[in-house]
Ligand binder design. Structure first.
Ligand code: ARG
Length: 473
């Protein structure tokens, strides 16, 4: 075995890794290998790694640093390797540490000398920064489409239930009636902001580190604009030190993920509450519930609970990577290899949560009668009564609030709803009240009156749902 050979087989058998083995006599200990290797997870980036190498090779060939024959050999070799990996036939080697060295060694295995020329003017530091950006960018594109799908599902249900009253809550206490459609659209707005954050992240991420080499740039006259364009980046990064040590793009992605997972967990929590027997606002089918092994009556909303819980993973990923990055001196440090697993895990958790929430939104059957009944309990139209006193009797709002409070106390003492008080009972508190007040005390009248922009009136909700449906289809 000579130190000038670096085929995949040689790399595996030679005690000294021949990628840098020139000055290494012995091999790493098993523990060193185990803590050092990232192939167990960064193999996920194989497509991005090959994309990056193809762009780099084409650029080297254009500049005459590689011969056209070498470029063709590299191109074909990488295509064959892609096919091998795709077919599950690639033998990933821990000894080769990461996806970059696994692919490069296999390339040399297949095409010989030309494979060894690929790494000209490149370091694994700019390579991994490029691959990971490409991976995060691909993840952003996939997740953005998934968030849009969930928004569409919510907007469809909103259109369907634009006029269905439900109790609106603050402090989880009955506050004022709203419509179920309005409630669905609140989540559409949240998810629209999540998409906005993904778009912002993508825009800032979209600069190409390739050509920054290890940290200082390279003496080869690389065409960084060419590789950036070939990989779909807007431009090359402007500072080589920053380029190899920046993981802001992953942190921004994880921040967007954490905020979105928080939104999904709020909806998941509401689904859990709405499914509970005392509420019974919605029903989930067998497709999104599980039974209990002991209590035959149970229909547990496990998917919603797990969406609620997966927020923990996503938050953990963000805090984990922030912690890895804090205090790292420039430029690259091996600490940064710990950037990928949290991002991969958070992306998976987010994607699955979106799929589950979207599924539940389409699956659930709202119990409109039950929600309407609830909406008319708990004196939910008390504000409408107070507003009537202001509008018709010209009372100051604070005075109207007090009068209404006394009427609520009266109704509560009698165990009736506000609209079940008699006119005489009302007039005993405020002589100016007329029978016209009963027109505003029903739930339907209450929601219909909330016509302010962004309010819950069915006409507003239908218009907003239509706007979103048009925007999303
Ligand atoms: N596996 C490494 C990572 O994921 C690749 C970069 C290694 N660079 C180095 N100088 N050792 O970060």
């Amino acid at each position: 075995m000579t130190a000038t050979s670096n085929s995949q087989a040689d790399l595996r058998n030679d005690p000294a890794n021949t990628q840098w083995g020139g000055r290494f006599a012995g091999g790493p200990s098993i523990i060193m290998m185990e803590i050092n290797a990232s192939i167990g997870f960064d193999r996920k980036m194989w497509r991005q790694d090959i994309r990056g190498s193809l762009a780099h090779a084409a650029m080297l060939a254009k500049l005459g640093i590689l011969t056209p024959q070498d470029e063709i050999a590299i191109k074909n070799g990488l295509a064959d390797i892609a096919a091998e990996i795709d077919a599950g036939k690639f033998d990933f080697a821990t000894e080769l540490e990461d996806i970059h060295m696994n692919i490069e060694a296999r390339l040399t295995d297949r095409i010989g000398e030309a494979g060894k020329r690929l790494h000209t003017g490149r370091s694994r530091n700019d390579q991994v920064a490029t691959d990971f950006r490409l991976w995060v960018r691909d993840a952003i594109d996939g997740l953005d489409a998934q968030v849009a799908d969930v928004m569409l599902a919510l907007a469809q249900r909103a259109a369907e239930f634009a006029a269905a009253p439900m109790p609106g809550f603050t402090h989880l206490q009955t506050a004022q009636p709203v419509t179920f459609g309005h409630h669905m659209l609140a989540y559409v707005e949240m998810l629209a902001r999540d998409r906005g954050r993904l778009a912002d992240c993508r825009r800032r991420l979209n600069e190409c580190p390739l050509g920054s080499a290890a940290l200082a740039g390279t003496s080869f006259p690389l065409d960084r604009d060419m590789t950036a364009a070939a990989l779909g980046f807007d431009r090359p990064t402007a500072n080589s030190l920053d380029a190899v040590s920046d993981r802001d793009f992953a942190l921004e992605f994880l921040s967007a993920a954490a905020i979105s997972a928080m939104h999904l967990s709020r909806l998941a929590e509401e689904i859990v509450i709405w499914c509970s027997a005392p509420y019974s606002f919605i029903r989930l089918s067998d497709a999104f519930t599980t039974g209990s092994s002991i209590m035959p009556q149970k229909r547990n909303p496990d998917a919603a609970e797990l969406v609620r819980a997966k927020t923990g993973r996503v938050n953990g990923a963000l805090i984990g990577l922030l912690t890895v990055m804090k205090g790292l001196p420039l430029a690259y440090a091996k600490d940064m290899q710990e950037d990928k697993e949290p991002a991969f895990d958070a992306a998976d958790a987010w994607a699955l949560s979106l799929a589950a929430i979207g599924g539940m939104v389409m699956d659930m059957t709202p119990n409109t009668a039950r929600m309407a009944e609830f909406a008319s309990s708990g004196f939910a139209t008390a504000t409408d009564l107070a507003d009537w006193l202001v509008r018709v009797l010209k009372q100051p709002f604070r005075t109207a609030h007090h009068v209404t409070g006394r009427l609520v106390a009266k109704a509560e003492a009698r165990g009736v709803r506000l609209d079940e008080l008699t006119l005489a009972e009302m007039q005993a508190e405020e002589p100016g009240i007329t029978a016209a007040i009963f027109d505003v005390l029903t739930v339907e009248a209450s929601v219909a009156s909330r016509r302010s922009y962004g309010g819950t009136a069915p006409a507003n909700v239908a218009a907003q749902a239509a706007r979103w449906l048009a925007a999303l289809t």
